[in-house]
Design a binder for this molecule. Structure first.
Ligand SMILES: [Zn+2]
Ligand SMILES: [Zn+2]
Length: 176
């Protein structure tokens, strides 16, 4: 039943985001309609063509502005979930504008806290391997199974040389 809980969590998240999206788009639409009603009082929108133009413009602004607001909220939530500063990142994405801000965030964001960098599923900090995809989360000494931290060259318990972590991309000089 572990999988069911995971699916349920995703469904809950989707429901929450749907409610939030409806609130943002709906709120903007109400604001736009209110503004339109006010402008009509001035008599500026008696022309049917102007009414059509303003309605289409309102829908376009609602869609763009609403999506932009949701992107900023999502950036905040996603950054906080990953142990990064949500306020700082949403501000940065806002200042850099679309598409540079969101793209920069997607490139620079860190993997979620307590999640497997391979498959994104939640993993316990004590796990050595991801139980779902098998990715090595920590390196264990081949000789005595002591957990080794990244960057350690020898095992502190038995002195055996630590092998390169199999999950790390090969960036250093490769051995033939
Ligand atoms: Zn995994
Ligand atoms: Zn060892």
């Amino acid at each position: 039943m572990v999988g069911a809980g995971h699916v349920e969590g995703n469904a809950m998240r989707e429901v929450r985001w749907s409610v939030l999206a409806s609130a943002v788009y709906g709120g903007l639409a109400v604001l736009g309609a209110g503004l339109f009603a006010l402008l009509r009082l001035t008599g500026a929108f008696d022309d049917p063509e102007a009414v059509t133009a303003f309605t289409l413009l309102g829908i376009a602004v609602d869609a763009l502005l609403g999506t932009w607001i949701l992107v900023l909220i999502w950036t905040y939530v996603d950054a906080e979930r990953r142990g990064m500063s949500g306020a700082l990142w949403s501000l940065l994405v806002f200042l850099l504008m679309f598409p540079i801000g969101p793209l920069l965030y997607l490139v620079l964001r860190q993997p979620p806290q307590g999640a497997c960098p391979g498959c994104g599923r939640p993993v316990d900090p004590s796990f050595t391997n991801c139980p779902r995809c098998g990715l090595a989360l920590k390196l264990a000494c081949a000789n005595c199974r002591t957990v080794l931290l990244p960057g350690w060259r020898v095992c502190p318990t038995c002195g055996a040389p630590a092998r390169a972590q199999p999950t790390a991309p090969a960036s250093g000089p490769g051995r033939a």
